[in-house]
Design a protein around this ligand. Structure first.
Ligand code: CUA
Length: 333
């Protein structure tokens, strides 16, 4: 009996220590949406259950190893035990009750996260493609960044143009697949101002790991200012403006970069025009109109040194559209 009491106390102590250890190492990123609250509630109960089960297994093992060690010179066999019906019933029924309870709690927290609905929610259209995210706002412009005002519900209506992707912002907790040929919905109420990242959570090809984009949650005033800037850029009907719109809508900046930072998986366009480009075959070429036009229409024709052969699919743009894109690239200095 003394063994049961000792093991029981040790199990509780180890379970509590495991729980506090597991929750103090920052397993989860910050909680940045109203939908995250019921999910984190569920997660916390999971950690409690995991800590208890861990202690329930580990403590008796180590207790037995040290306390019931064979004495020196003892060569007798261990006691033979022929079943124990009450024990078998107990270890079947108790886990069954726990599993069913957790199934109910899981369904309940999933339901709670979906019950947070606002009929006034803002709708943003999302296009996922290999390997970028683009957003079409109700105000009529397109962006590669998802900006959201804090405490305002948004419904993302998501479509994929090629293969299955998955929209996942860890801080929001909720995740949703984006499937070609159907529109999937993602409803979220951001509740913490900050900069986050959307990641693709479905293996979608060679550059899946780089399929991320900025998600910015800001105050209503900052959001309104950003929207006003975007509308101004979109309505400026210059070749550079049209070019920027084209590369945004077609997801080019998912791989290419427009700053001095190299792109995740394709050459940067910053300071590109007129410069010497080193090709994979060892030769160099000047980045002029002809080179850029060819690279858009037939990306395999000239492979840039250091980049994987043709992740990019050929694009079909008109000559006018390509001229606009080149005008935009020229402006990147
Ligand atoms: Cu898109 Cu992985």
């Amino acid at each position: 009996m003394i063994h049961f009491v000792t093991v029981g106390i040790l199990v509780m102590v180890v379970a509590i220590l495991t729980y506090f250890g597991a929750t103090s190492v920052g397993l989860m990123p910050v909680q940045a949406s109203a939908q995250a609250v019921p999910i984190d509630w569920m997660w916390n109960w999971q950690v409690i259950a995991i800590s208890f089960l861990f202690a329930l297994i580990v403590v008796p093992i180590f207790y037995s190893i040290f306390v019931f060690r064979r004495k020196k010179g003892d060569t007798s066999d261990a006691e033979h035990i022929e079943g124990n019906t009450p024990l078998e019933i107990a270890w079947t029924v108790i886990p069954l009750i726990i599993v069913v309870t957790f199934a109910y709690m899981g369904a309940y927290s999933l339901g709670e996260s979906r019950r947070i609905t606002d009929p006034e929610a803002m709708i943003v259209k999302v296009t996922a493609r290999q390997f970028s995210w683009t957003y079409e706002y109700p105000d009529g412009f397109v962006s590669t960044e998802l900006h959201l005002p804090v405490w305002k519900q948004v419904i993302l209506k998501m479509e994929a143009v090629d293969v299955i992707h998955s929209f996942w912002v860890p801080e929001f907790r909720v995740k949703q697949d984006v499937v070609p040929g159907r529109v999937t919905e993602y409803r979220i109420t951001p509740n913490l101002v900050g900069s986050y990242k959307v990641r693709c959570a479905e293996l979608c090809g060679s550059n899946h790991a780089f399929m991320e984009g900025p998600v910015v949650v800001s105050t209503q005033a900052d959001y309104d200012q950003w929207v006003a800037e975007q509308i101004e850029i979109a309505s400026a009907n210059t070749p550079e403006g049209r070019g920027k719109k084209l590369i945004t809508e077609n997801g080019c900046v998912g791989c290419h970069s427009v700053t001095a930072q190299p792109g995740p998986s394709a050459p940067s366009w910053f300071n590109l025009f007129g410069e010497e480009v080193h090709l994979a075959d060892g030769s160099t070429i000047t980045a002029d109109e002809a080179y850029i036009t060819e690279s858009v229409l037939d990306p395999a024709a000239k492979e840039v040194e250091g980049y994987a052969p043709t992740i990019m699919k050929p694009f079909t743009f008109t000559q006018e559209q390509i001229a606009d894109i080149i005008a935009y690239i020229k402006s990147l200095k």
